[in-house]
Design a protein around this ligand. Structure first.
Ligand code: NI
Length: 175
């Protein structure tokens, strides 16, 4: 396995739409494993392929609390086949928007159809944090970030801070 580097916003690559995988083969399985390793190292609870510069409809998740056994979920070509009418609001973060958080409302429960690690077609009923996390990662496959769900004012504040933090990090590296 290999750790991949995570792209942070603002970056035009995070705004692109990812392409379907079709079949989960050895190459996709390797990508899933590398993404999980990258996500655990970050650490984070979800990661989508566009965040590591791969425009494929692949994501990985693990919402098990720290200290408990890992429960990795490897997902290809996910589709929401049902969504609840009620919304739930969670404070979301993202490895591509480090150290920034905002409340985002999304359907409280979803049924998601996808291909798993063995290329089997799976239907998963998700609610709570898992439902939110799945929808957040699926957004990445459409080039959508959690800040696209909040006001333009709040979004611009976060993006400006990220640009500033990147410039400071670059200046430190030069010094
Ligand atoms: Ni994210």
């Amino acid at each position: 396995m290999a750790k991949l580097s995570i792209i942070t916003a603002p970056d035009p690559r995070l705004k692109l739409k990812a392409k379907p995988v079709g079949t989960v083969d050895t190459e996709i399985r390797q990508l899933m494993d590398d993404m999980l390793e990258t996500m655990y190292a970050a650490p984070g609870i979800g990661l989508a392929a566009p965040q590591v510069g791969v425009l494929k409809r692949v994501l990985v998740l693990d919402i098990a609390p720290s200290g408990e056994p890992r429960q990795p979920l490897r997902v290809a070509d996910p589709q929401i086949v049902w969504a609840a009418d009620e919304d739930a609001t969670y404070e979301e973060g993202c490895l591509s928007l480090p150290e920034h958080y905002a409340d985002v409302a999304r359907p409280a429960a979803v049924k998601v159809r996808f291909r798993d690690y063995d290329n089997a077609l799976i239907e998963l009923d998700a609610e709570g944090l898992l439902a939110t996390c799945l929808q957040h990662e699926m957004d990445h496959l459409e080039g959508v970030l959690f800040v696209d769900h909040i006001s333009a004012l709040k979004r611009n504040i976060i993006l400006r801070k990220l640009v500033k933090a990147r410039k400071l990090a670059a200046a430190d590296a030069d010094a």
